[in-house]
Ligand binder design. Structure first.
Ligand SMILES: Cc1ncc(COP(=O)(O)O)c(C=O)c1O
Length: 500
């Protein structure tokens, strides 16, 4: 593997010059990582130009909406949209805070941020030529949608590589966005068949015009979440602490696919002392038990340890059955589920209106947050924070399947009570491991087989990641890239008012 996205200087001036010319013609201004971390710092000229732009359209200006602070009406909010789940719902005293990825533009999931974080360093260092290269986005669905959205905005060719068994909604979206039907490559299997995706990418990599943006080993993915998602979640916590001054941030939970979102934990641990919990599917317990298998928590659990997962800074691994996320998906979106939650438990219309913001992995995150809060016996002043990567809108077809196969197409309030009892109140502390040094080494070592043996990563580069110094030394790359982004924008000369 030639590169892991770690360059901070210009690699090929000729490629860079072509990219400048191309993006000038496409009227693109590239936001810096700092602007996406703190959108209030984006220039008033951009905000003004954005006011008439559809957040789901193909305008280059929508790059300036690839952040956590969209208010759902096209403007900027003072903190990310989030839910605070009350003890009456979760059964634990600790407040559970869930930041909502559906506010991201174009794909309604935060993975468009990861796609930008992988692509833009390659553009501004002269490693991606939008006039000639094709951006290949291997993923289980949301990252490749983000990659396609950004490729289209930049006027370059993008290819989505994803397993054929992913949700229908992902393919429907891709059909609307790709330039040609050939730009969707279906690999065998479903959620945890990432090896098959790699094999397909190895094939595609043989053609010089294909540049593979492998989110599992691209450090831009780690860094953009460390720089943007970490502080955004910090802002959610600060907002709650403003109302409850004794509140502490006890833990951060993230179900891991590429491990990118987990990087926010490195920020939250440094800033608030939060413990970091990696969640995965019990049906594919790779981190917990070196296990494998099929599951339906789409977007996570890929039968390997991503290269960009800072394993030695992870405090817990928790495995959760997809039976829980599938069941809660129905409870939180079905009229009988809402009737039960309202009539039996008296939950407010506001809370019920927020529940469809939670996709399958979001429900897994919440269930794991509950298990962790129970295990740590957290009180009302100890919050657990997590993310809802995408919303229930991506899984209508999956809910139909669950309704048929599990509830005989007859989901009623009795079923709702069973789901509530089994998958919320009944959540126990099983399948949870608090990692000791030796446990972290066990998980870390498992990554050797994917990265060194199969993917050809240099042993030294693999081993360096065992030390926290390695991860700290990555951080200055963000400022270096931001400097190159500013220089790039100065060269294109595009003004925000041109970039509609
Ligand atoms: C729905 C969903 N949840 C969770 C994840 C995992 O996020 P990450 O890849 O940052 O670990 C993904 C990744 O694609 C996803 O699509």
């Amino acid at each position: 593997m030639a590169t892991l996205g770690l360059e901070s200087t210009i690699q090929d001036p000729a490629v860079l010059a072509r990219a400048v010319k191309h993006l000038a013609q496409a009227r693109v201004v590239l936001p810096t990582f700092s602007e996406l971390a703190q959108p209030s710092a984006i220039s008033p000229a951009v905000h003004q130009a954005l006011s008439g732009v559809d957040p789901d359209g193909r305008s280059p200006l929508n790059l300036f909406r690839v952040h956590w602070y969209n208010d759902g009406r096209g403007g900027i909010a003072s903190e990310p949209a989030y839910l605070r789940l009350p003890p009456e719902l979760t059964g634990v005293q600790a407040p559970i805070l869930v930041a909502l990825g559906r506010t991201f533009p174009m794909i309604h999931a935060h993975k468009v941020l990861a796609a930008y974080g992988c692509l833009v360093p390659r553009i501004v260092t002269g490693q991606f030529d939008p006039t000639n290269h094709r951006a290949v986005w291997p993923s289980t669905g949301n990252y490749c949608r983000g990659g396609i959205a950004i490729s289209r905005i930049l006027g370059c060719r993008g290819v989505a590589v994803l397993p054929e068994g992913m949700s229908r909604e992902r393919f429907d979206w891709l059909d609307r966005w790709v330039e040609s039907a050939d730009d969707i490559v279906r690999t065998p299997g479903s959620e945890s068949n990432v090896k098959e995706i790699y094999d397909c990418c190895a094939e595609l990599d043989r053609q010089a015009e294909n540049i593979i943006f492998n989110q599992f080993c691209e450090y831009g993915n780690y860094l953009i979440h460390w720089r943007c998602t970490g502080p955004a979640l910090g802002q959610v916590f600060e907002h709650e602490r403003g109302k409850q001054p004794d509140l502490q941030l006890a833990a951060y939970v993230s179900a891991t696919g590429s491990g990118g979102t987990l990087a926010a934990g490195d920020y939250l641990k440094d800033t608030y002392g939060a413990a970091i919990a990696a969640a995965e599917a019990l049906e594919c317990p790779t981190l917990l038990a070196n296990g494998y298998g099929e599951h339906n928590i789409q977007g996570i659990g890929d039968k390997h340890v991503p290269l960009i997962h800072n394993v030695m800074n992870t405090d817990f691994v928790v495995a959760l059955s997809d039976r829980v996320s599938d069941g809660l998906g129905v409870l939180f979106n079905h009229p009988a589920g809402h009737a039960y939650l309202r009539e039996r438990h008296g939950f407010s219309p506001e809370l019920l209106a927020g529940l469809p913001a939670l996709g399958l992995s979001s429900l897994a995150n919440i269930a794991v947050a509950i298990k962790l809060a129970r295990y740590l016996n957290l009180g009302p002043d100890q919050a657990v924070i997590t993310v809802a990567t995408d919303s229930a809108a991506m899984y209508a077809s999956e809910r139909e399947r669950t309704l048929t196969e599990r509830f005989g197409d007859n989901f009623d309030q009795l079923h709702a009570a069973e789901v509530f009892g089994e998958h919320l109140r009944g959540l126990s502390t099983d399948n949870l491991q608090q990692l000791r040094h030796s446990d972290r080494n066990r998980v870390f070592n498992l990554g050797y087989y994917t990265w060194v043996e199969q993917q050809g990563v240099d042993l030294e580069a693999f081993e360096a990641r065992r030390s926290q110094a390695f991860w700290h030394q990555l951080r200055p790359l963000v400022d270096a890239w931001d400097g190159l982004i500013r220089e790039f924008n100065a060269k294109t000369g595009v003004r925000p008012s041109d970039a509609t």
